[in-house]
Design a protein around this ligand. Structure first.
Ligand code: KG4
Ligand code: ZN
Length: 371
């Protein structure tokens, strides 16, 4: 079976063809194509993502991206269709952007008489690990860390995701982007901070590591022992920058000297990576996990990858991290998660709507989203 995946939740228009490998139970799927049209250049001049521009660009790009994904996949076997199922991101994400992909997917499904399955974006990120590395030894603990999300999941059985914690404020990637903006380094911030950190002293600036042990006041039913928070760290960086500007007699917008920027980037990155990995490995050890994974755009971070592999080796746990093309937003991961859901009996109906705050394995969903 071949599935067409469609992803438009944020600033990437993506389509992919993924097929079941059939011959290998440990490696259930193979991507035959994975086309991504990034909008980064459009949003860069605004310093971040502008939702309305994103939705409009998805409309311009989606036909060509889907056509290209089908072409790149190569012809199907004789008598087979180019795809037998459509998987599409239903949420979470920007509602206008999600609607483009979902409406397009429903129209295609209707026109070609094939079923479709709505997919949770983070289920896609989690399944990107399996698409790349094969089935993970379960139970697994997976950190999903991107510009919009920082969440920890336990995967007890294939397709069963239970959320253990999430950020109370900024996502880790968002913290990278905001700190980069503060330092005048442009957007997106992750790659440039990652690069500058390599030549910085990561102990030069003392920045706080937040550890939340109390329940969330806004969602008291969530235990919160494994939640994250990055907005205090960002504020500490801002305060440090302001103090240094004053000390050096610089203007309010003036850049700090390059060596100070490198040290600050390295110090910030040490704290972010430490917070993420402490939570991931604490949870994995406490819950008796047999593997850990890191997915989402921030998993591209070189220190996060390096330190995760070292910590995994120290506690004897295999670490799954996808290749860059599968770590940032892409439709192959959505197709994989869609196939998993379809095989478990999930089907979309024509009434399915985009949901910008769609919950996944979330104990607090009923509390926050009364219907
Ligand atoms: O998963 P993604 O492509 O989109 C979202 O769903 O958000 O993640 C984008 C985020 C951005 O915040 C970007 O700054 C961050 O991933 N990022 C990185 C790196 N590369 C991308 N963060 C840290 N280090 C990197 N090397
Ligand atoms: Zn994402």
């Amino acid at each position: 079976m071949r599935v067409l995946g469609i992803e438009t939740s944020c600033d990437e228009t993506s389509a992919a063809i993924v097929e079941e490998s059939g011959d290998d139970a440990a490696r259930p799927w193979r991507a035959r194509s994975n086309v991504v049209a990034s909008q980064v250049d459009i949003h860069r001049s605004w310093g971040g993502i502008v939702p309305e521009l994103s939705a409009r660009q998805h409309i311009r790009d989606i036909c060509g991206v889907v056509e290209r994904a089908v072409d790149d996949a190569g012809p199907p076997a004789a008598g087979e269709r180019p795809y037998d199922l459509i998987a599409v991101t239903q949420g979470p994400g920007l509602v206008g952007s999600l609607l483009v992909g979902l409406s397009f997917a429903k129209s295609l499904a209707w026109a070609h008489g094939v079923p479709f399955v709505p997919v949770h974006h983070l289920a896609g990120h989690i399944e990107s690990l399996v698409l790349e590395g094969g089935e993970m030894p379960l139970p697994a603990v997976v950190l999903v860390v991107s510009g919009g999300h920082t969440s920890l999941y336990r995967v007890e059985a294939p397709g069963a995701y239970e959320r253990l914690g999430r950020t109370r404020d900024d996502a880790a990637g968002e913290a990278y982007d905001k700190v980069a903006k503060l330092l005048g380094l442009g957007y997106p911030g992750g790659p440039v901070i990652d690069r500058l950190s390599a030549d910085g002293n990561d102990r030069a600036v003392a920045l706080p590591k937040t550890r939340l042990t109390h329940p969330d006041r806004n969602a008291p039913e969530l235990p919160g022992r494994r939640d994250f928070s990055f907005s205090g760290l960002k504020t500490s960086v801002a305060r440090h920058v302001a103090l240094r500007r004053t000390a050096l007699g610089l203007g309010a917008e003036a850049p700090l000297p390059p060596s100070e920027i490198r040290d600050l980037c390295a110090s910030f990155q040490r704290v972010v990576v430490g917070s993420l990995l402490d939570a991931l490995f604490d949870a994995a050890v406490a819950l008796g996990a047999r593997s850990v994974g890191i997915a989402g755009g921030v998993s591209a971070n070189s220190r996060l990858r390096r330190d995760a592999v070292a910590r995994g080796a120290a506690v004897g746990l295999p670490v799954f991290v996808p290749h860059l093309s599968l770590s940032t937003d892409n439709a192959a991961m959505i197709a994989a998660a869609g196939l998993r859901a379809f095989r478990a009996g999930r089907r979309g109906d024509w009434g399915v709507n985009a949901d910008p705050s769609l919950p996944l394995g979330d104990a607090g969903a009923a509390f926050r989203r009364p219907r």
